[in-house]
Design a protein around this ligand. Sequence first.
Ligand code: FAD
Length: 411
Amino acid sequence: MASPPLNVAIIGAGLSGLSLALALHQQGISCVLYERNSAPLNIGGAVMLSPNALKVLEALLVYSRIKTKGYNFETLEYRDVDGRLLEVYEFGGEEKYGYKALRIYRTALIEELMVMLREKGVNIVFGKKFVKVLEETDEGVSWEFADGTRETAGLLVGTDGIHSAVRKYLYPDLKPTFAGGMGVTAAVPTEQLKLPLGYHIPVTISTPHGSFVIAPQEFNGLEVLIGKQKRVAKGHDRAGWDAISADKEALVKFLQQDTEHFPELVQNAVSSIPHGKINVWPFYIVPKLERWTSEKRRVIILGDGAHAIPPSAGQGINQAFEDIYIFALLLGQVGRVDMQDALKFWQEYRQQRIEKVMELNAQIEFRRMTEEEKAKMPAGSMKEIELSWLYKPNLKAEVDSWIAARTKLTA
Ligand SMILES: Cc1cc2nc3c(=O)[nH]c(=O)nc-3n(C[C@H](O)[C@H](O)[C@H](O)COP(=O)(O)OP(=O)(O)OC[C@H]3O[C@@H](n4cnc5c(N)ncnc54)[C@H](O)[C@@H]3O)c2cc1C
């Protein structure tokens, strides 16, 4: 049976990397984080955390520290232009799923994770850009940084995002697929909307001219995210997306376009948009990968690098939290179980959940289609949405029962 890895190197101090470091620390596994930037990357805006991720963050003792730093809510309503309720989508539910959903600024979450890692003495090295793996053996791996320095570790985990450099070691030619669109979002004061009394937000207002999203953020809900999706014919390189993000006037114009076809509250929402609060989210996906680990299983990818998914169900980062938690629980048991087996179980379990999220995304996308588009879809495309499998997994129990079965088998 393989002996436990002595140390883990994590490439990328985004939400996956930071939370993974915390989860490994909880399992008594030492790790070092390497981040290419001189500070954590702030992609901007807020993220929506659903009960499956919040349960992970509770197990990592993060939840109680962030709960009051964002907006807690349960449902998103879909309404038509006349305010008629089309559907209610659950993002969380205290009674049903154990947690309300939490919309929190990415920076607030990153900051808290950083504070916790500092408290535990976990080392984060900034300004270290991973370039390539040099050698992988049965015992460990060595790699090089852009400044020419080299390092070794028992395991190398790439949490370096959708355009992962670590992934190149596993899939040298793979490029994420552009999904044909981008989200353009901004944040404005809630009072600017002049919401009719009792009007529920978050809301997605669907019209034949597209959909407009409004979602409160900040603990007291005094600010809202507003946003629309834009179809884009082809993807761009980093410089191209940076140029699109930098052209704030064009983005404001896009958000203000066609608002005469929307209710007055949308016109109010876009009446004044601070440039500093506009974000662009180009939609890329990583196709289903056969392996998230190298053959010797000393190089691993997770989070967006392994399975970036479309944004429809808001599960991108939530799925990454599931990855890191199960991964750390399993790694903590290496010695009792074989690492190769544990990582195989990890990927299979995680992959089947990602596939179910993809099916859910398709259902949500179907609901956003115009009547004309829906008519072109095969009969039976619309299915009822049920979310308990997504929001109420018992990840720890899944791992425990797998370990119990394995240790019985090998006893
Ligand atoms: C505007 C926007 C809004 C979003 N909103 C939501 C949302 O509401 N809900 C949701 O679930 N998801 C959302 N997403 C998606 C979500 O942000 C991603 O799923 C999530 O950030 C993935 O986390 P990650 O840690 O795997 O990767 P990333 O967040 O991309 O972090 C990767 C880190 O690795 C570092 N890095 C990269 N290359 C190297 C290298 N070679 N060497 C060293 N370090 C490196 C990067 O600098 C970065 O710090 C949003 C994305 C965007 C862009």
